[in-house]
Write a protein that binds this ligand. Structure first.
Ligand SMILES: [Zn+2]
Length: 165
């Protein structure tokens, strides 16, 4: 598993989440091997969600909360230009405590794209992670994703759509 996804996992397991939190995700923004920001999902909304409210009001109503990627961008943009950075996102499942699907949602894709973050690495399960090229958030297709197992071997024909968030 990629070391910065592992770092995001470590941050997540140490983080004191609101007990009402249904999901536990953590994000790490990296430039040149250095962490420039970290974030966690939280209940409250934010200006990004308000900006993309048409998308947020779709069937995925949980998008109204602050996602870990948004939290990391909101903190990081105050300190540095995020253009060219990479983001690593990890989710730990509440039901069995293993790693789960953390692929950035379409609102986060818009946010990341607007800040010049063009690549996202995300956990899928304990053995698998995905790499997503964010070049056209409006599409939100899986065709730009590649999936790797923890030994970094690329997995061909992995069906991402079969996995639930
Ligand atoms: Zn999101």
């Amino acid at each position: 598993m990629h070391k910065f996804i592992r770092l995001a996992e470590q941050n997540l397991r140490c983080h004191n989440y609101d007990s009402k939190q249904d999901f536990r995700l953590s994000a790490v923004i990296v430039r040149g091997g250095n962490v420039v920001s970290t974030g966690f999902n939280k209940h409250n909304t934010n200006s990004f969600v308000e900006h993309y409210t048409d998308i947020a009001r779709g069937p995925r109503s949980y998008c109204l909360s602050t996602h870990a990627e948004m939290d990391a961008v909101l903190k990081g943009r105050e300190r540095t230009n995020l253009r060219g950075c990479k983001i690593f996102v990890c989710r730990v499942r509440n039901d069995n405590n293993s790693l789960g699907m953390a692929r950035p949602c379409v609102i986060c894709q818009h946010v990341l794209y607007n800040y010049g973050i063009k690549r996202a690495y995300y956990s899928i399960d304990n053995n698998t992670y995905g790499v997503m090229k964010i070049d056209n958030p409006a599409k939100n297709y899986y065709e730009n994703d590649r999936v790797f197992n923890r030994s970094h071997d690329e997995i061909e024909n992995f069906d991402l759509e079969s996995l639930v968030y």
